[in-house]
Design a protein around this ligand. Structure first.
Ligand SMILES: Nc1ncnc2c1ncn2[C@@H]1O[C@H](COP(=O)(O)OP(=O)(O)O)[C@@H](O)[C@H]1O
Ligand SMILES: N[C@@H](CCC(=O)OP(=O)(O)O)C(=O)O
Length: 360
C-alpha cells in the first residue's frame, strides 16, 4: 500500500471512545482497532495513545461516599484502565496482533535516563510487532504532576519515538475557522508554520475531554516545529485512519505543516522539558540579540547577567531574555555554584551548548 507515513502515533480522545451517557463505545473502539490492524499489517508502525480510562471506569463503580475530584479520577481510572486495555487486548487478538500497556507520568519525562528507558521499552515492543497502548497513569499523577491532557502526552510520545506523523483523533473534523456549530464556518485544512489560530478557538471542551482544542493547537504547533506532521481529524468517521494515510486530499482534517529541518532527538526531549526546569539563566541585552539572530550559538557565561535557582550539571534550565521573558530551555553543562563563579567572565566553556539548546 502507498501509505504517506510509515511511523505514526495515533491519539484517541476520550470523546471518541465514550457514548453520550459516559459509557465505553465498544463499537467505535472495535472500528478503530480494525483500522489500526489494517495499517499494522500494511507495514505501518503505530503507537496508540488512548484516553478513556476515567470515562470507562465511571459507569463501573458507585462510590460509597462523596469523593473529591482527585479520588474520583483515581478510583475510576484504576478500574477503567483495566477494562480499557482488556478490551483492546481482545479486539487486537482477533486480528492476531499483540498489544502491550504503557502507563506513564509527566515525571517520567523529566530526566534523560527515565526518558530513554521509556523509549527503549516502546522500541523493543515495536521491534517485536507489539503495539504499545499508552495512557497517563491517572492513579498516581495528581494535579501539578499531570499532563495537561493526553494531547500533551501524545505529542511527547510522537517526539520521543521520532514518528513521521501524529494523528489526533477527536469528535470533530478538525479546527474550524470559527465556532464549529455556526453556519458558514469550515475546517482549516492547512496550518502553516507560525500561524496564530487563537482567534478561532473557543475555550469550551467537549463532554468528557480535559484539555480542549486550545491545547491540541499548542501541542500540534510544537510537535510540527520538530519536523513531525500533525493531523487533527474525526475519530468517529468510518475508515478515517486508512483514508488519512491513503487519500489525504479527499479526507477532511486539519494538517500542521512540519518544519523542514531535522531536530535532533535530544533537542526534542529538551523542547518538551520546560516543566522540569530547575533554574533560570538571565541573558544580557547583547546575548539576547545574538541568541535571537540567525546563527546557531551556545550560551556563554559572558552573556549571562544573573542565575536563579540551584541546579546540578545536566539539569534543564530556562533561558530568559534581557526583559526577563522566557525564550527557551536548555541542558546546563555545569552545576549552579560553578555557573555563578563563571558569570560574566570571558574565555569560559558554554553554560548551554547549542546542541542542548531549544529556543521557542
Ligand atoms: N475552532 C474550533 N474548532 C474545532 N473545535 C473546537 C474549536 N474551538 C473549540 N472546539 C472544541 O474542542 C473540542 C475537542 O477538544 P476535546 O474536548 O479536548 O476533545 P478530546 O477528548 O478528543 O481531546 C471540540 O469538540 C469542540 O467543541
Ligand atoms: N488519562 C485520561 C485521559 C484524559 C484526557 O486528557 O483525555 P483527552 O481529553 O482525550 O485528551 C483517561 O484515560 O481517562
Amino acid at each position: 500500500m502507498d501509505y504517506q507515513f510509515h511511523k505514526i502515533a495515533v491519539k484517541i480522545g476520550s470523546n471518541v471512545l465514550t457514548r453520550r451517557d459516559g459509557t465505553l463505545d465498544v463499537t467505535r473502539m472495535s472500528a478503530l482497532v480494525d483500522q489500526v490492524a489494517e495499517l499494522h499489517k500494511g507495514g505501518v508502525e503505530v503507537v496508540l495513545v488512548s484516553s478513556g480510562a476515567v470515562a470507562s471506569g465511571r459507569s463501573e463503580v458507585k462510590p460509597q461516599r462523596r469523593l473529591d475530584s482527585v479520588e474520583q479520577r483515581q478510583l475510576f481510572s484504576a478500574v477503567g484502565q483495566a477494562k480499557l486495555i482488556n478490551r483492546y487486548y481482545e479486539l487486537f487478538r482477533e486480528h492476531g496482533i499483540t498489544v502491550g500497556q504503557v502507563l506513564t507520568t509527566k515525571e517520567s519525562f523529566g530526566t534523560r535516563r527515565h526518558y530513554l528507558n521509556q523509549r527503549n521499552c516502546m522500541r523493543v515492543m515495536l521491534e517485536n510487532g507489539v503495539i504499545p497502548i499508552v495512557n497517563e497513569n491517572d492513579t498516581i499523577s495528581v494535579t501539578e504532576l499531570m499532563f495537561t491532557d493526553n494531547d500533551e502526552l501524545s505529542g511527547m510520545i510522537a517526539s520521543m519515538m521520532d514518528m513521521q506523523a501524529l494523528i489526533i483523533l477527536s469528535n470533530i473534523d478538525g479546527i474550524y475557522n470559527g465556532s464549529p456549530s455556526e453556519p458558514g464556518t469550515s475546517v482549516i485544512r492547512e496550518v502553516e508554520q507560525g500561524k496564530d489560530l487563537s482567534d478561532y478557538i473557543r475555550t469550551e471542551k467537549s463532554g468528557f475531554g480535559r484539555g480542549g482544542m486550545l491545547t491540541k493547537t499548542t501541542i500540534a504547533r510544537k510537535v510540527a516545529d520538530e519536523g513531525i506532521t500533525v493531523i487533527i481529524a474525526n475519530g468517529k468517521r468510518d475508515n478515517i485512519l486508512p483514508d488519512l494515510l491513503l487519500r489525504p486530499d479527499e479526507t477532511v482534517h486539519t494538517r500542521f505543516i512540519p518544519a523542514s529541518e531535522e531536530v535532533s532527538s535530544v533537542k526534542k526531549w529538551i523542547a518538551h522539558s520546560e516543566g522540569f526546569a530547575k533554574g533560570e539563566l538571565h541573558l544580557n541585552q547583547h546575548a539576547t540579540e545574538v541568541i535571537r539572530g540567525d546563527k546557531a550559538v551556545s550560551i556563554l557565561p559572558i552573556g549571562v547577567e544573573r542565575i536563579v535557582g540551584d541546579f546540578e550539571k545536566d539539569d534543564i534550565v530556562k533561558i530568559m531574555d534581557a526583559e526577563g521573558q522566557p525564550i527557551g530551555v536548555g541542558r546546563i553543562a555545569t552545576d549552579s555554584a560553578e555557573a555563578r563563579k563563571q558569570l560574566g567572565k570571558h574565555g569560559q566553556r558554554p553554560l548551554v551548548h547549542y546542541d542542548y539548546l531549544y529556543l521557542d
